[in-house]
Every structure is written in C-alpha cells, then in structure tokens.
Design a protein around this ligand. Structure first.
Ligand code: SF4
Length: 497
C-alpha cells in the first residue's frame, strides 16, 4: 500500500552499523583517506529492505509513525534509496534528523580538524537534493522535519528556503504531529518552526508504542533528565520512566528483526528513580525481565555519579547482563577533570557527590565499569565557556589516571546548546598547546583500546571475522596517518602503552 505520508531519514541514519551502535560514530567523520564506498561499507552500510521498506528505522521516526497511524493517517516509512517508487502518491514527506549539518559536538570537532563536511551532513544534503524530491516539491509536496538535530536549522535559514522545507518541529512531537500533518494534507500554511512547549510534552500514557522495529532494537525506557547541565538541551524536559510492560511490548515489536536491544534513557542507571540515587529494585527487575526475553543488550547512556553511588548495584546488573554476553556499552559524559568547571557548568552531574569529588567519582566509576565489562564511550568538552588553563591541566591529569580503563574517550569542541546557546562556538584556531596535548592523549588512549574493542565486538561468525579484519586495517591506517604532524601540529605516534 502506498501512503500519502512518507517518512524517511538519510542513509547515515537508515543503517544498522553492522548491528553495533559504536560503529555509527563513524558517520560523524568527514570524507578522509579511505575511499567513500569502503568507508560507507565499514560504518553505515545500507539496511535490508523489502520493496523499499526498511526492516528497521530510527526509533524517533518509529514513534512518529506510530502516532500518525494511531490518528488514522496513511503512513509509510521508506528507505531513502527507494523514495522514487513511492513519492508520486505522497502529499507530505516527514524526515528525521540527528545532526543534519554536522554541527553536533562530535561531527563539528572532526570537521574542524579535517576541514571538510562530515558524512552525515553530506548524506542529509544529498537526500534533499534527490531529483524525485525536487520534482515532487514542484507539484506541491510538503516537507516536515523533526528529530533531535532540528536546532541546527536555525543556523541554516538559506538551506531551509532553498530546499523548500515547509515546517520544522522542535521537541517531543507526539501531541502536535497529527495537527501539523493534517494542516499539510489540507494545504494550509504551516509554521516554519514549531517549538513544542513543555505543556505540550506528552505524558507516559500519551506516548504510543512503536509498531515496527527500531534500528538495533533501540527502545526508550524513559525521557528527561534531572541533572540540568548548562550545555545540554535535554534538561528542561520532565522526567518520565516507562513501566515494564511498555518496555517489554516494544521489545516484542523488535523480535522479528533482532533479539538484541539497546535500552535508551539519558541515564539508564536511574531507571524508576525520582532523584539521582539509583533504585536497586526497579533497575534489577528491569534487567531480569529484559534478559529473559532477549539475547543481548546495551545501554544508550548512563552517568558516572550513579555508577559510583551504587558500586554493588553495577556488579549485580553486570551479572544479569553477562549471562548472555561478554560486555555491554554506554555513552558517558566526563566533560572535564576540573571541579571548578563542574561547579560552573554541571554542578548536578556529580550528585550525590560534591563538585570537589568529581575526579575521584570519575576514577571510581570508570574502574567499576572496567571490572564489570561495561565499556564506556566517553566525551570531554574542549573550550567550555570560562574554561581556564588550570581546568585543561586537570583534565589532562585525569586522562593519565584513566589509561588502564577499557574505554573510548573523545574530546569534543564546545557547541553552544542548552542554557549556553548564546555563547560562542569553540574553534580550531582557539586551540592552545594544552588543548592539543589533551587531544593527542585521547587519540593515543583510543588507539590503544580500540583494538581490544574490535576484538570483543566482532567474534564468532565468518562475517564478524571479516569485519574485524577490515576494522583492524582501518585502525592501522589511522595509526600510520597519526605519525604525521599535519593533523594536530605534532605526531600522535602510536599507542603509548
Ligand atoms: S546529565 Fe546528560 S542528559 Fe542530563 S543534563 Fe547533563 S548532559 Fe544533559
């Protein structure tokens, strides 16, 4: 059945990254020394499709699809390479975005260093430039965009105009998409930029379950965050945790596609908690239920403070998860090693501890994760407003303490978001010697640990062994390139251990 509303996302989002979310980070890089076709194969291969319909799609897109279906719309989610087969019947095209112009922290840092447009921005642009979309636009197709990366359109008004984007929805859209898509179908004038107010944020009961699989089995277990970091935009949304039944129902929807899932929340450790102390009972029960149903799981994010607050709880959770797998991963924000900067920018991130204790909290939590086989992909922010030389030195010292921790640690240039959205971007030209030293330390750390991660990630089947060989080869090429002083001003050489 062909739909009047089509939903899609660009190629870098419509991929399952060889069933490994870590691999998806590769989409943040600009074109580099690896030929594009090979890079695409390594980091964002096409997802399987049936008649142009992807077997799985980004979770956010699935939520919108579910909401529109619930309201009786004729909707179809289509792979971007098959739009031409369906678009003639469509009146509205909904596009999901994460980082459409590569202005997010990871991609803008890569872009600043390598001085090129990141892949995820390139493929978003290529999607909008497709002849079938241009043709459909001429006969009146409406384009509506949503997703976590929509804030970037405020920096690209010419792009919006040039590509005929009719409406951009910013925020949790379940309660407003019906109204906006209906207006589009009726030919009514659409608001160019619709900011969903806190009042319009859906309650738990108003959030529909997805009706078709999400990429890599990613499912939300809750929304919102109570920590209020100044540089973050998640922070103003109310905190809501999904009940077990809702989570299990979405796992069930994913079963025909995958028996491995990724639990998504801003801090999975705080599932079911009303404050910053993990709720042992709820977290353990959730993991027992999920392990019983699935063959494997990962976490999207968790916080160091919650891990350090309940060391025994992490061991218990690790025991449950590792009944069926060797390790699991999560994204984690270290951001800085400086207590002073913690006080200024993220005082609640350290709770229930004090800002002065932050470096110790990081060391303790990272050590616990290492021992329990939780592998963190960590971020550091370079150039936070008010950052001093002493702050950078403290972060460098912290990096020294983390050498033995199995992890990836990625330094990201400051991007003005959240309550710091009016501040200036941090630019490559502002990098000091100390910043350079920090970047080099991170790269050495990552080159050392990435081999281990490739080894534990790709085991077993011949397909995995072949991938492992290719990723190893890729790392060797990076190591070779890192000997050159061209990129960071001095050679990174190779791993220092
Ligand atoms: S803890 Fe993470 S999600 Fe929460 S406000 Fe801070 S950066 Fe944002």
């Amino acid at each position: 059945m062909k739909g009047k509303i089509l939903l899609t996302a660009d190629r870098t989002l419509m991929s399952d990254y060889h069933r490994n979310e870590f691999v998806g980070f590769g989409t943040c890089s600009p074109p580099n020394f690896v030929p594009e076709w090979f890079y695409r194969l390594l980091f964002f291969p096409k997802i399987k499709t049936k008649n142009g319909i992807p077997v799985a799609a980004p979770y956010g897109l699935r939520k919108i699809e579910a909401q529109l279906l619930k309201e009786g719309f004729d909707v179809l989610t289509v792979d971007p390479d098959y739009l031409d087969e369906y678009i003639d019947d469509a009146k509205v095209l909904g596009i999901h975005v994460m980082d459409p112009f590569g202005l997010g922290p990871a991609s803008s840092t890569f872009a600043a260093i390598l001085k090129k447009e990141p892949y995820l921005a390139k493929y978003f642009r290529l999607l909008l430039e497709k002849p079938e979309i241009k043709k459909a636009k001429r006969r009146g197709l409406k384009i509506i965009i949503g997703g976590p990366g929509v804030w970037q359109f405020k920096y690209r008004p010419e792009f919006v105009k040039e590509h005929g984007i009719d409406c951009i929805i910013d925020g949790e859209a379940e309660k407003v998409v019906g109204k906006i898509f209906r207006m589009a179908l009726n030919g009514d004038e659409l608001p160019q930029y619709y900011e969903v107010s806190v009042k319009e944020a859906p309650s738990l009961e108003e959030i529909p379950n997805i009706v078709a699989p999400s990429i890599n089995g990613l499912i939300e277990i809750g929304r919102g965050c109570c920590r209020g970091c100044k540089f973050c935009s998640v922070t103003l949304r109310p905190l809501r945790w999904y009940p077990y039944e809702k989570i299990l129902q979405e796992i069930e929807v994913n079963m025909p596609y995958t028996r491995g899932i990724c639990l998504h929340a801003e801090d999975v450790m705080l599932y079911g908690s009303k404050n910053v102390i993990p709720n042992d009972e709820k977290l353990i029960k959730l993991h027992e239920l999920v392990v019983e149903k699935c063959d494997g799981m990962g976490w999207s994010h968790c916080s160091l403070a919650a891990v350090a607050a309940k060391p025994k709880l992490l061991s218990k959770i690790s025991e449950i998860i590792r009944q069926k797998q060797q390790w699991w991963g999560a994204e984690i924000g270290i951001e800085t090693g400086s207590p002073e900067l913690v006080k200024k920018a993220m005082p609640a991130k350290v709770l229930p501890f004090k800002p002065e204790e932050w470096p110790e909290v990081v060391r303790t939590a990272m050590g616990l994760m290492h021992d329990n086989m939780l592998v963190p992909a960590c971020t550091l922010i370079v150039g936070l407003p008010e950052e001093t030389e002493d702050d950078v030195i403290k972060t460098i010292e912290l990096m020294d303490d983390l050498k033995e921790v199995r992890s990836l640690i990625v330094p990201l240039f400051f991007v003005p978001m959240g309550r710091l959205k009016d501040k200036d971007w941090f630019k490559r030209e502002q990098m000091s010697e100390l910043h350079r030293e920090l970047l080099i330390k991170c790269l050495r750390h990552d080159l050392y640990w990435v081999r281990d991660l490739i080894r534990i990630s790709f085991q077993g089947k011949i397909y995995n062994i072949a991938l492992r060989f290719l990723y190893d080869l890729f790392v060797r090429v990076i190591e070779y390139k890192a000997r050159s002083p061209k990129v960071l001003g001095k050679p990174v050489i190779t791993a220092e251990k």
